[in-house]
Design a protein around this ligand. Structure first.
Ligand code: ZN
Length: 259
């Protein structure tokens, strides 16, 4: 079992650049201040927005840490290292606003003029969900599920699930125009799709199957499913066909557009 995980982890390292930083990427460029809370070490820039709000960031991240363990059924207890950059340029991000390196228990996020990927209710859960699912459940090559649960956790860790509607609305709009990607393609070719489509659609689908069938089954699919035979894996975990579930899910989204 262990060697199976190891092999998968190695394959994942080769496939997913977000798991391990590029050479030199983690070298600390610029000055960092440091703060600690129970489950995190924060690194942030002097005189930054994060420096001014560090107490608020700590409170929100601790709240979400506990809530994620509860929702995911995990007991993850390692310290997460959070590098908080001022903006996209400071982080060197061109195609993302945050990233997680689960093997290193490290996240890189922004807090400032370009937006927030830490410390604000909702988005506070995303990168932490990547760290906890990878270390608490195991690796997966199914980005539809790893991004799906991270996006869904943004909604589920909110006070209410009111904001879950935003992913649903995108799905409904795509569906109405005949542009909703089919789940099998998203599972096998996640990178092929625009992130403005792949992320919310994955979040909506993950949320739907979690709410309908529970977290334990989702976890089973996450750890045992593979991107090259997702349809078969879905059927064997859920005992129902992917197309049936996909059909109900996408029609449920039609309703959210009407509301
Ligand atoms: Zn993500």
């Amino acid at each position: 079992m262990r060697s199976k995980y190891l092999l998968i982890a190695i394959v994942l390292i080769l496939q997913a650049c977000s798991l391990i930083p590029d050479t030199g990427e983690m070298e600390s460029h610029g000055t960092w201040l440091q703060a600690k809370s129970e489950h995190y070490v924060y690194y942030y820039r002097p005189n930054s927005a994060a420096a001014a709000d560090i107490d608020k960031i700590e409170a929100e991240q601790e709240r979400v840490f506990t809530q994620l363990n509860k929702l995911l059924g995990t007991h993850y207890n390692q310290k997460i290292h959070a590098y908080i950059f001022n903006d996209l340029a400071d982080a060197g991000f061109t195609d993302k606003t945050g990233q997680a390196f689960p093997i290193l228990n490290t996240i890189e996020v922004i807090y400032g003029l370009d937006g927030y990927t830490i410390g604000k209710r909702g988005i506070s859960a995303h990168e932490v969900a990547h760290i906890i699912t990878f270390n608490g459940w195991g690796p997966t090559d199914l980005r539809i599920l790893s991004e799906g649960i991270a996006v869904y956790m943004e909604h589920a860790t909110y006070d209410s699930e009111a904001d879950y509607g935003s992913s649903q609305m995108i799905v409904a709009a795509l569906s109405a125009h005949g542009n909703l990607p089919d789940i099998e393609s998203l599972a096998s070719d996640f990178e092929k799709f625009d992130t403005n489509i792949s992320y919310p659609v994955s979040g909506s689908f993950a949320g739907y199957i979690i709410r309908r069938f529970g977290m334990e089954k989702f976890r089973k699919l996450f750890t045992e499913g593979r991107s090259d035979h997702f349809t078969e894996d879905f059927q064997s975990v859920y005992g129902v066909s992917l197309s049936d579930v996909e059909n109900t899910w996408s029609h449920q989204s039609d309703k959210s557009l009407a509301q």
